[in-house]
Design a binder for this molecule. Structure first.
Ligand SMILES: C[S@@+](CC[C@H](N)C(=O)[O-])C[C@H]1O[C@@H](n2cnc3c(N)ncnc32)[C@H](O)[C@@H]1O
Length: 316
């Protein structure tokens, strides 16, 4: 049987979006991501997808094209290229990033590694080992990097924390390795299994509980990329349950959840309840901040990379 290879180029910033969107149409074992070798190129990654040339091939290519069109229109990917192959290449696996993409240092202490990379960590470093998956959170996106930077500053041992929208599990593992207890929730089953894998791989199962769920009214929002694949998930109705919440999620979700975030957090004599918000650009920060101030929060920290921003608030 012949195989079809579909290929697109994309950027550091967009690669997580592209993989998350493609999860609707393709299995992880049928994709291959490699890092671009030419430094002058506007693209950082090439994503190749392999499909058998069977009766459904045209329908599947149309579906993938439809998924990628908005990203292509906004300049986040190249156009889709199609090649016909005699056989499926044997090397394909998301795991085969080139050496330079295997080690990402973030903040002062975090080092993000792929499942198989060999790295001798310094005693002060905190290793986060992730299997590549189709869940968002490889550690390449600025919103994830900003979340990690703020977590490094605010997570203390033994805090009770919530990771809302855990994706790959990267932030949950980071909080656990900083000594916190974590409830990791996501409404996408692909993300839930990626988080569970990350928690086991990093040996933090004692500290992290993973659930297909959401916080309060966000349990009714459906899949963040649209479509009807998720209707609703169980809601966590938290009352003064957490010392810290992190959510790398769209601005509109932060805005609608502001009062529920406030209710879910608690302050103690030694720690003021903290909410870390990320997943939006600075043009939305005023809207997010007004909703948070109205709910009773006070801003206590922020970090920015280009137009991406993350803001930490504490209970007022
Ligand atoms: C931008 S990703 C963040 C992933 C990871 N925490 C990181 O920082 O890289 C957002 C995640 O939130 C999840 N999500 C979106 N809307 C949600 C909702 N209403 N309830 C629960 N999870 C949601 C998505 O499935 C996705 O895994």
């Amino acid at each position: 049987m012949s195989w079809i290879e579909l290929s697109i180029d994309t950027t550091n910033e967009a690669v997580d979006w592209v993989c998350t969107l493609l999860a609707k149409a393709i299995a992880v074992e049928d994709m291959h991501i490699s890092e671009y070798q030419e430094e002058s190129s506007q693209w950082t990654f090439t994503i190749q997808m392999y499909l058998p040339e069977d009766a459904r091939i045209h329908q599947r290519i149309d579906e993938i094209e439809k998924i990628l069109t908005p990203l292509n229109r906004t300049g986040m990917t190249s156009g889709l290229q199609t090649f016909i192959l005699d056989h499926k290449p044997v090397h394909i696996a998301l795991e085969s990033h080139t050496a330079s993409s295997l080690i990402r240092k973030i903040g002062d202490r975090f080092v993000v590694l792929s499942a198989t990379s060999d790295y001798q960590a310094h005693p002060q470093e905190i290793v986060l080992r992730l299997q590549n998956s189709l869940a968002f959170g490889s550690g390449l996106h600025p919103a994830t990097i900003l979340s990690l930077r703020l977590l490094e500053r605010h997570v203390k041992p033994n805090l009770d924390t919530l990771d809302l929208g855990s994706g790959s599990g990267i932030l949950s593992v980071a909080m656990a390795k900083l000594g916190a207890k974590v409830l990791a929730i996501d409404n996408d089953p692909i993300a839930v299994s990626a988080t569970q894998d990350a928690v086991e791989r990093n040996q933090v199962t004692q500290q992290v509980t993973v659930k297909e769920a959401s916080l309060g009214s966000a349990s009714q929002l459906g899949h963040w990329m649209g479509g009807d694949s998720i209707e609703s998930v169980p809601a966590i109705a938290a009352q003064k349950q957490f010392d810290l919440i992190v959510a790398n999620i769209f601005a509109r979700v932060h805005i609608s959840l502001a009062p529920e975030f406030y209710k879910a957090l608690r302050s103690t004599s030694t720690h003021s309840g903290i909410l870390i918000t990320a997943g939006y650009t600075s043009d939305r920060s005023e809207n997010v901040s007004s909703a948070m101030l109205e709910a009773g929060f006070l801003e206590c920290d922020r970090a920015q990379i280009d137009e991406w921003i993350a803001i930490a608030y504490r209970l007022g």
